[in-house]
Write a protein that binds this ligand. Sequence first.
Ligand code: HEM
Length: 308
Amino acid sequence: MSFRAQTSDLAAERFDGIGPGSLLWQLAGDSRIAYAGGMAGILQTMHPVIGQALVDHSDFFDDPMDRVFRSLPGIVGVVYDDPKAQTGHTVRDFHKEIKGSFADGRRYHALDPATYWWAHATFHMMAEHVADVYSLRPLGDDERERLYQEGVAWYRRYGVSEAPVPKDRAAFQVEWDRHCAEVLQPNPASDWLLKLVDGRVFPKVGRPAYLPFPERYHRVGNAMLRQGLVRKLIGPPLRLSYVGALPAIVRERFGIEWTQSEERQYWRQARRVAVEWRVRPTAWRWYPRAYAGWIRATGAPPPRSASR
Ligand code: HEM
């Protein structure tokens, strides 16, 4: 059965436009989010509310990667799980008790729409980066708008107020730039994270990591991640991909050093990933939850044409 036939058969299921024919399905569960996701994590931590929530509610400082690995299946699941499973609502409800106060007494809540939207905005940018930075086919203007509207449908799956959601990609850019220039602020969580990233060694992972390749190889992957040498080898390229993806104004405001030579290394590394991608076996191109979504929705592994 052709990819086109599979997708049209599934039209009924794609009630909100998120499914095998969408750009979001090409990008949001692609293994290359492992490179782009560091940017999302850093920009979230720089948000004053998220930074404070991490201090108050997370094991982030003992095991920073555990937070990432625990969150990833849920984040990817909102896009690729059967919509009837309402994974978005499960993820939203996990945050009901993530609330508290700042030192000056101001209250915060993770489900405050403006804050929750910012976290989503960083995941949206992560998906864009897979195409724009790590593939040989960056998004065209029409595709960028289409992906943006799919990202709005993605956000709708959480069932959180859409009041702060910009209406189109151009309006999103304005909000994105405003957050980077004004809303994000250095805080204890972001200071700590930036120091960790600058250490150029991948942190020790306490619990088994959720890795960007088939689950049957996760045991081996986790055994390797426990080796100091492996963590030292993957630290520098990951730092390059995380810091290189940050908007220049953020690097400037947070005093993150970034030379022209690093900028060139960043793009060279991205190009190598994009080229290597073309020969990578299909099963190794997806996070397991995304791969399972393709099988569920189409009865077959994702076609090679599904990743850029
Ligand atoms: C689109 C927005 C968001 C998504 C998709 C998301 C997703 C997740 C997921 C899947 C988890 C892991 C749940 C588990 O362990 O089963 C998690 C944990 C967490 N999230 Fe979010 N989140 C979002 C926004 C936020 C916001 C706005 C805040 C804070 C203001 C926040 C703070 C936390 C904290 C503190 C944890 C717990 C971490 C820990 O236990 O160490 N999240 N999030």
